[in-house]
Design a protein around this ligand. Sequence first.
Ligand code: ADP
Ligand code: MG
Length: 705
Amino acid sequence: MRELDSIDVQRLNGVGPHRRKALHAVGVETVFDLLTYYPRRYIDRTAQAPISEAAVGAEITVVADVLSVSSRRLRGGRRLVSVEVGDASGTMSVIFFNQAWRERQLTDGLAVAIFGKVENYRGRKQMTNPVVDLLGDRTGRIVPVYPQSETAGIATWDVASWVAEAQRRCSPRGIADPVPDWLRSRFQVVERAAAVADIHEPSSMSDQAAARNRLVFDELLRVQLMLRSQRLAREARELGIAHEPAGDLIEGFHRLLPYELTGAQRRAMADIDADVSTSRPMHRLLQGDVGSGKTLVALHALLVAVQNGHQGALMAPTEVLAEQHFIALRALLDSFEIPDSERLSGMRPLRLCLLSGSGSATQRREVLAEIATGAADIVVGTHALLEESVKFGSLSVVVVDEQHRFGVSQRAQLREGGRDDRRIPHLLVMTATPIPRTAAMTVYGDLDVSVLDELPPGRTPITTQWVRGPLAVESMWSDVRSEIEAGRQAYVVCPLITESESLDARSAERMHAELADGSLAGLRVGLLHGRMPPADKERTMTRFRTGGLDALVATTVIEVGIDVPNATVMVVLSADRFGMAQLHQLRGRVGRGSHASSCYLVSDDEPTPTAVQRLTALSESSDGFELAERDLELRGEGTLFDERQSGRSDLKLASLARDLTWVQAARDAAADLIAADGDLDAHPALADEIDWFASRRDPDYLQRG
Ligand code: ADP
Ligand code: MG
């Protein structure tokens, strides 16, 4: 595979500079890329209905030749393309509205597979706007259909012929299989060479299925091998600080808490205690739905550092969130004292600092000095914590909030904060993004996981409504007003900060003006968006928190972390433009107090079919994990990685939603193949493949090690 990846596609017959450029546009640069440019689907010619037997009203696939093509303009300017197609049994007509390009695409004599509903038009069979796959002049029982690119000008039969040529030229030497025989037979997968052949040109659909299994296994195995070897190598290399987790300070903190911890919080804290009491740095993901109480768990970890005479740092993705965390921690730690033998009283107040991008230069210098001397016990900040100028006295625990917004290399950088004594701080990553189990095993394979799967008691469920149409919107605003009149507060979320003509999403600014004069007239309505000066943001948030505002019109800056128990109404405008996870996060801003809460998802006039499914799922369920599974299904294969991965995709065939058993198999296999120090020495062919594969990927995908 490494060799094939070093051969330019232009070496194949029929690929000149022009085709080469087109292939590059679809991500195919090398022969390896071409062999992993997999068919999107297959057409089994023998299983298709002959035209004569196609029943009117049925949805079927017909394989036929184009006999003639004509087109005319209809009244109103629409263009109608009519195509006559025929097979050995008969003919039928296919018409396309508003697809003038079909006239160029469908030329006489071309073989096509047409999928659609058979209609009866004046006694003849006809299909309207069907799905068309061009088969070209290919023969064979099962015809692969490759993803085509009209713009790049690559037809499916071009790809098929290049793939066939590549395979023919590989055949003298064969395609090596780095997976040892015993492992292949254990998981009952076919040899790689057979899989590569059968995924492109299977002689039966069961051969295709076996080929797919093997290639899915390969993809997942590579990922698991990389994760596991990096993890083991990291553990062998890194030295952290061993803490004593039990002590007066921690006990004092737990005594101060106004409520009982949930069982899940206790378990997570125990996991953390066990991790930080060894000198092997913790590397843990704390996963918990919105409102599950992650902040307390994080604070516990930070306080263990302080109790042991070190510092803790909490890093948030945005300034607003850093400020929120700072305020939340300050409230929890109000007048909290810690033992200090140098003081006469034997105690001193715990020192909590905010390193923000906004304060004056003098303030910043003071904070930096406190961080450096160790006078600051706990430091809260954004990625500004990673800057060169920030040097910790003795950083031993780092908590990163909402890591999906952080590059993984940044995560690595922060861990090196303890660079002075070369010891690596313990790392706790918090996320409210519910990650399905399969995905977590792959995406976060290098982290241990604690899950807060239990909400604190006394929460009232949130009623979620999908609001469509002007009448429903009007009645929603009147509901919002009555909630506010009953003393509650409301959030109104708009997708964009400024007007954009291409997306007619409502801007927060316009919406604020509109609502203050209209549906929410007479109420105290605030505005919050990311482009406001930090001091204004803080002032607005404080007013809202302390009840000085009835409603807050905001962009998604309020998506995470904001905690105002008296806010019981969440209105999301243009909700169809948001993803499932984001909507779930937004909804989690309410339902935090003892009053019943409601969430209104207002959609635009014609949401896309997937948006409809998303909004329906959200109205039906408030379980983050369930929603994440649904989302994965709706979004399909591989897309989970979109935001973290800019390079070429690792998973071309494997689907985390579909291939759970293969994820587990690959994990088990990786555990068997890799020695305890992270070495793959016993399997040089696999080691070589992983090396090569790692060099192909987005370097930010995994922590550099
Ligand atoms: P998350 O960050 O996981 O979304 P938070 O840590 O912000 O959740 O907690 C949500 C709310 O629940 C906060 O108001 C917090 O004070 C409260 N809370 C946390 N743990 C408990 C508990 N064990 N019992 C009652 N309330 C709790
Ligand atoms: Mg939080």
